[in-house]
Design a protein. Structure first.
Length: 188
């Protein structure tokens, strides 16, 4: 009986709401990282898939400060650069998307529902892809002309924005419910 009590106490100490929240949050980031290179049927438009890390940054930033949103964008941008190429970097686009999302929500321009999250994600995807195109333009060399970069940018930005905005509620709903649950647990 004493062993059961010790195990129960140990579980309560290990699985505090803060630790459990960290595990769920890190797990959701890991899931977005794993699904990022995946191209399943219905998740692709003109060879472009949803930007899962951008979706996660938007979902995270909706209820966070601009500084927290920027840190999430920088962190996920560095991780994505580690998975792909650091030229151009994803840090600037994800950090900017996070900060702008936090500022939009701070001003209460949009309600917090599926449609608003989809609209915010659509706009942030266009902004993120534009930042990437600007970086490509600054790095322009003989391999890619500015005309080619900006022509291709239109296809990428629109495809990414449409798919990311459609898939954003899939990430938003469970994470938002989880974070509401954790906040209620910490308040009680």
């Amino acid at each position: 009986m004493k062993s059961d009590f010790a195990n129960s106490t140990l579980r309560k100490k290990i699985f505090t709401p803060t630790v459990l929240n960290g595990l769920v949050t890190a797990g959701s980031v890991l899931l977005c990282l794993l699904i990022l290179p995946t191209r399943l049927p219905g998740m692709e438009l003109a060879g472009i898939g949803p930007n899962w890390l951008l979706i996660w940054v938007v979902v995270w930033s909706v209820k966070r400060s601009p500084l927290q949103a920027a840190l999430a964008g920088v962190t996920l941008g560095l991780i994505q650069d580690g998975m792909t190429s650091a030229h151009p970097t994803h840090v600037f686009s994800l950090a900017l998307a996070g900060v702008l999302t936090a500022l939009i929500r701070k001003e209460r321009y949009l309600q917090e529902d599926f449609i608003s999250i989809a609209l915010i994600t659509f706009g942030m995807a266009v902004i993120a892809e534009t930042v990437t195109a600007i970086q490509y333009s600054l790095l322009a060399n003989r391999e890619r002309s500015l005309v080619e970069i900006w022509s291709y940018h239109q296809l990428i930005a629109l495809s990414s924005a449409i798919l990311s905005s459609l898939w954003a509620p899939v990430v938003y709903f469970p994470l938002n419910r989880w974070w509401q649950y954790i906040n209620n647990q910490q308040l009680s």
